[in-house]
Write a protein that binds this ligand. Structure first.
Ligand code: P6P
Length: 340
């Protein structure tokens, strides 16, 4: 039986749940098309002059990889003319990107991390693109979009997804009616449906965290991880495995497919210094994980309930298995109470 294309799937979603206005469907297809082009660039590697770093830094203070900038440009160029956006924001740009006056403006805001995990590009490990879609406030139609228009909690997302550029290129997305996975069929150049209504397995014993940061963790995080390293002989009563790819997209996709917990906790000693970004990493991943039956918190409360204060705001991330995420919260509250 012929596989379902992304376009057909989105049109069927539109009919089925009326969850997908035509403009939003067009936006998702445009982002998916840009991810196909990014996948093509990533897979060229050294043959395509896309490896290595530039001597520039982004707003995060991180050295930019050539592919960071290439992917950012691809997403801007693909999306600026379609008439479905009022503005865009990216990890790679200090401030928002207004749609040029020569193009019509639309009702959506697109936020993205064009290449997540870019430190892995030069060593041929999976990297990805993460995107989040918000509705622009009504008032935007009569004025220029501002940064405040983007500062909406994750609950206001109307779509979110990621592409992974690895052994396969995958596109995983939600419009609020479940999580669905598409694989890039390179022979015909189309995203084809390969998993739908994904449900994250619960009760699995695998954690993902960068152990070298242990000295910076709060006591609750340290206790949670130490118990899982202690395994069956200790209080948690089960042996755990560990994986850490340093590409959030790859780690979160593994958890979506086979369960477990992903953690990049805030560093409790530097006024909640965290690494991952709320608007275009944590929020879209939280939308997907919750839609697949998992939980996503900042270590205490749901990430998607956080009222943003800045476009590049960072947040601690604990997501995946509901019981494990709840355990992290319990330990965090317990040790906070002890410290008070
Ligand atoms: P560390 C990649 O730079 C990233 O933003 C996420 O994709 C990933 O989970 C994390 O940072 C890796 O951070 O400190 O382990 O290199």
């Amino acid at each position: 039986m012929a596989r379902t294309s992304l376009t057909r799937f989105l049109i069927e979603q539109q009919r089925l749940a009326n969850a997908l206005p035509a403009e939003l469907r067009l936006l998702i297809e445009t982002v998916a098309r840009a991810c196909k082009t990014i996948s093509h660039s990533v897979s060229k590697g050294a043959l395509g002059e896309v490896l290595g770093s530039l001597d520039s830094e982004n707003v995060q203070g991180e050295v930019q990889k050539k592919l960071d900038v290439i992917a950012n440009e691809l997403l801007l160029e693909a999306n600026e003319w379609g008439g479905h956006l009022a503005g865009m924001a990216s990890e790679e740009m200090d401030t928002l990107y207004r749609i040029p006056n020569r193009y019509p403006k639309g009702e959506y805001l697109l936020l993205f991390d064009p290449i997540d995990g870019s430190s892995n590009i030069d060593v041929d490990l999976s990297v990805g693109t993460i995107f989040s879609v918000l509705r622009a406030p009504e008032a935007v139609s009569g004025r220029d979009v501002t940064e405040e228009d983007f500062l909406q909690s994750g609950r206001h997302q109307v779509a979110a997804g990621y592409a992974i550029y690895g052994p396969q290129s995958l596109l995983v997305l939600t419009v609020g009616t479940g999580v669905h996975e598409f694989t890039l069929d390179r022979e015909i150049g189309s995203w084809v449906l390969t998993d739908s209504n994904m449900v994250m397995p619960q009760g699995k014993c695998e954690f993902a965290i960068n152990m070298s940061n242990r000295r910076q963790w709060s006591p609750g995080i340290a206790r949670y991880i130490d118990e899982r390293v202690e395994g069956a002989a200790g209080p948690c009563g089960r042996d755990f495995n560990m994986r850490w790819t340093a590409s959030m997209v790859a780690d979160v996709h593994r958890i979506l497919k086979r369960g477990g917990i992903f953690m990049y906790p805030a560093d409790h000693r530097h006024e909640n210094k965290a690494k991952l970004r709320l608007m275009y990493e944590a929020n879209p991943m939280s939308f997907l994980i919750e839609q697949a039956g998992g939980a996503a918190t900042d270590g205490f409360g749901p990430i998607m309930d956080i009222a943003p204060t800045g476009l590049h705001q960072r947040v601690g991330v604990v997501l995946g298995d509901c019981a494990e995420v709840a355990m992290v919260t319990a330990y965090g509250l317990e040790t906070s109470a002890q410290q008070d």
